[in-house]
Design a protein around this ligand. Sequence first.
Ligand SMILES: CC(C)(COP(=O)(O)OP(=O)(O)OC[C@H]1O[C@@H](n2cnc3c(N)ncnc32)[C@H](O)[C@@H]1OP(=O)(O)O)[C@@H](O)C(=O)NCCC(=O)NCCSC(=O)CCC(=O)c1ccccc1C(=O)O
Length: 270
Amino acid sequence: MTSYEDITYEIRPEGVARITINRPDRMNAFRGQTVDELIHAFQRAGWDKTIGVIVLTGAGKKAFCTGGDQSSHDGQYDGRGTIGLPVEELQSLIRDVPKPVIARVAGYAIGGGNVLATLCDLTIAGESAQFGQVGPKVGSVDPGFGTAYLARVVGEKKAREIWYLCRRYTAAEAADMGLVNKVVPDDRLDDEVDAWCAEILERSPTAIALAKASFTAETENIRGLSGIAMQALALYYDTAESKEGVAAFLEKRKPDFRKGLRDGEKRKTL
Ligand SMILES: CC(C)(COP(=O)(O)OP(=O)(O)OC[C@H]1O[C@@H](n2cnc3c(N)ncnc32)[C@H](O)[C@@H]1OP(=O)(O)O)[C@@H](O)C(=O)NCCC(=O)NCCSC(=O)CCC(=O)c1ccccc1C(=O)O
């Protein structure tokens, strides 16, 4: 893969690889192809010795990433992997590359987009940024890194609030809960990210790689959980309950997850 359709890959500035999800007309939601291209780009930057920092961002001002593309999702998604999105590979790769990954967030970091930002080593947000999970509103969930690792970052109570209520949080609120390292006005976002990259590039790359590996090792058990989670999620995506969430989002209406149960439908539900 030498050219990309759903992402861009730039060296900007020297020593920094910037990977941009380039689907602004879809609020940078990802389909199977997007995730495959991201995996390719992270592998490319991760093992290139001339690169010291990787920046992950989204094209445009509206969104960093809003998770799985609901329009390419009818039950399973449209790509490879257990759920039709090799998202667990991408999540693991962000943790495995021996370079710090900075999430540069403007606009929405929602659903799988919030999971990606959470997994990055550092997050720098513009004041326009909004964070949140929407899975239980749209018939989805990431019960691996999306829940268990989030709890490590923001604490158990807050992580449960984020998933059960599906609220949106401002950049300032996200910084207060430890989800964001620094908030700046949107027009200063690139300067701030460049300054953090420059500072990291002055440090020993091997010392940083070892520090990153040691942080990552501490939460490695979640990778196993994530594998099981994907199997469970694939089964959930084939249920009427999950499909109601996707249909409601696409039809711009409120989902009714309990309708069938009220009518006496015998369904496997928890
Ligand atoms: C992002 C919103 C909060 C924006 O709200 P608002 O400003 O009111 O604008 P809207 O009118 O709602 O949206 C504008 C426009 O964008 C389209 N859109 C937004 N998000 C998506 C999307 N994800 N897919 C497709 N299209 C999207 C929207 O339809 C509108 O289009 P028009 O043509 O203009 O009508 C709000 O839009 C919102 O909440 N969106 C829902 C986002 C969503 O459902 N995301 C998926 C969450 S589930 C998920 O990501 C799981 C998939 C996954 O990746 C995963 C699975 C398993 C394990 C792990 C993961 C993982 O993510 O890590």
